[in-house]
Design a protein around this ligand. Structure first.
Ligand code: SAH
Length: 249
């Protein structure tokens, strides 16, 4: 099938079999169901279908694909993934256990989707996701590095985040402007205390002035934290203790 790529939908389709295979391997072991976002021409989906016992649920916004999705084991939902909750999908398909997500994400909404999924992390077993390389660098960044920020704190607090590999631009058609990377994000099984809303607010305040000493922020600071530190040098634990002092009741 050939048609124009919709730039507005971030359509860069994978064409490199080795990369496709590496993504599939990273999702193993695959169980009964997997959820894929933005399957496009089904390059990742078809090998996934061979490996799951019940099916692949896909959410795709571009309904030009409708006809080509009539395959056994494939359960398409034509919708905007940002408006769909994992909880509702699980209910619709009667899925009782946690689900795996895989996606070569549309770049313009990738981070937004990830932040939504963090809120629904209890429904998710693991996520194997492709983003621009720069976004993956931020997800896995450690304190004291330039990439360390809000995304690193939110993801690192709630999940195990592992960089898997980089993907060159010529693995896609049409090639995107920037390199991509694949990351595996596994929600931590022990439930961290539920301060996500406050943590989102506090990291927003802190990292909006990442070069300023934290004593210049409007936040209350615990006495055991050096107030001359800059946001990017705070560990996740320190940011949590600042959050606990600044809860929005
Ligand atoms: N997974 C395919 C396509 C990746 S391109 C591959 O690797 O080849 C990104 C895909 O996401 C496109 O098919 C695009 O139409 C779809 N998409 C873009 N925005 C979306 C949204 N908001 N919800 C669901 N799908 C979306």
């Amino acid at each position: 099938m050939t048609f124009l790529h919709k730039k507005s939908l971030g359509q860069h389709f994978l064409k490199d079999d080795q990369v496709i295979d590496m993504i599939i391997q990273s999702c193993q072991p695959l169980g009964e169901w997997v959820l894929e976002i933005g399957p496009g021409p089904l390059t990742l989906t078809k090998p996934l279908l061979q490996k799951v016992s019940k099916g692949v649920i896909v959410i795709e916004k571009d309904d030009r694909f409708q006809k080509s999705y009539e395959l056994p084991g494939l359960f398409p939902i034509f919708a905007d993934a940002s408006s769909i909750r994992i909880k509702d999908i699980k209910k619709q398909f009667n899925i009782e256990h946690k689900i795996k997500i895989v996606s070569n994400l549309p770049y313009n909404i990738g981070t937004f989707l990830l932040l939504n999924w963090l809120k629904e992390r209890d429904e998710i077993e693991s996520m194997v996701l492709m983003f621009q390389k720069e976004v993956v660098n931020r997800i896995v960044a450690t304190p004291g590095t330039v990439d360390y920020g809000r995304l690193s704190v939110l993801c690192g607090y709630l999940c195990e985040c592992v960089w898997l590999f980089d993907v060159k631009t010529d693995a896609f058609s049409p090639p995107p402007k920037v390199e991509s990377s694949v990351v595996k994000i596994t929600p931590k099984p022990e439930k961290p205390c539920d301060v996500l809303k406050d943590l989102e607010r506090v990291t927003q305040i802190l990292f909006s002035k990442r070069r300023k000493m934290i004593r210049t922020s409007s936040l209350l600071l615990p006495s055991d934290i050096d107030s001359s530190k800059r946001p990017q040098d705070l560990t996740i634990e320190e940011i949590l203790s600042i959050t606990e002092k600044n809860l929005d009741h």
